[in-house]
Design a protein around this ligand. Structure first.
Ligand code: NAG
Ligand code: NAG
Ligand code: NAG
Ligand code: NAG
Length: 212
């Protein structure tokens, strides 16, 4: 009985630790010294999060895509698809740890199922950077000049294996095939097929001291 009570008390401590780490909000998230994102959503699969600030005046969105638990042998990508739901035609931001051991980010308009080829997207992207933190979070940062006349888009996100500087095809399990949904930058609404989404989560970290 005594040991049951101890176990129970210990569990309560763990629960409150987890509860407090989820209770904080987007606007207090600090990714780096300069940018605080006012909106964030927990994506329904792949342990990923999208944070952003939408500026109505110039129709831009400053985004941070965060994928947790990424190894140095994996690529991650986040994309908007302006005209369709799936991968083909999507406009992707991609990051991986290259053979020099440095995180490299590039844009890739996805035109086939075989390769993520570098190229310019159908909308302008500024300030694209990425980093992989010592806690294995991979973050992609960019400012998107959103296509005119709309704030709602299909979006998708992905993770796959890297060998050397070759980004190989992602697995086909459910977490990798359900990673699509919609995002409305003006309202913070997201939907997905993969289950419920939304909510916010905040974790404060010292980005400047944890670059790899
Ligand atoms: C979110 O955090 C910010 C900064 O700490 C605070 O000013 C704001 O009131 C919080 N909002 C909510 C809904 O808790
Ligand atoms: C867009 O407008 C916001 C808010 O006025 C401003 O902070 C930001 O620098 C602008 N972005 C661009 C790319 O002009
Ligand atoms: C790795 O990425 C860094 C930063 O983008 C770049 O300077 C370097 O040339 C890349 N190395 C290779 C092998 O592509
Ligand atoms: C964050 O990193 C900076 C630069 O390395 C350091 O001066 C500062 O003390 C760190 N802050 C925390 C809270 O770790």
């Amino acid at each position: 009985m005594g040991s049951f009570l101890k176990t129970f008390a210990f569990s309560c401590v763990l629960v409150s630790v987890f509860a407090s780490s989820y209770a904080q909000n987007c606007s207090s998230t600090s990714f780096n010294s300069n940018i605080i994102y006012s909106t964030c959503v927990t994506l329904p699969v792949q342990n990923s999060f999208l944070h952003w600030n939408y500026h109505q005046s110039n129709h831009t969105a400053d985004i941070a895509f965060r994928h947790t638990g990424v190894t140095a042998s994996q690529w991650v990508a986040w994309a908007l698809n302006l005209n369709a739901r799936g991968m083909l035609g999507s406009q992707a931001l991609v990051a991986y740890t290259n053979s020099s051991g440095l995180v490299e980010a590039f844009t890739a308009p996805v035109t086939n199922y075989n390769a993520l080829q570098r190229g310019t997207l159908s909308f302008n992207v500024r300030g694209l950077t990425a980093e992989r933190l010592s806690n294995s979070d991979m973050n992609i940062y960019a400012t998107l000049e959103l296509p005119t006349g709309r704030t709602s888009f299909n979006h998708l996100w992905q993770i796959g294996p890297v060998s050397g500087d070759t980004l190989n095809a992602h697995p086909q399990n459910s977490a990798n095939t359900n990673s699509v949904g919609t995002v409305d930058f003006s309202t913070a609404q997201t939907t997905s097929t993969g289950g419920s989404s939304g909510g916010s989560r905040q974790r404060r970290r010292n980005v400047s001291s944890s670059h790899l």
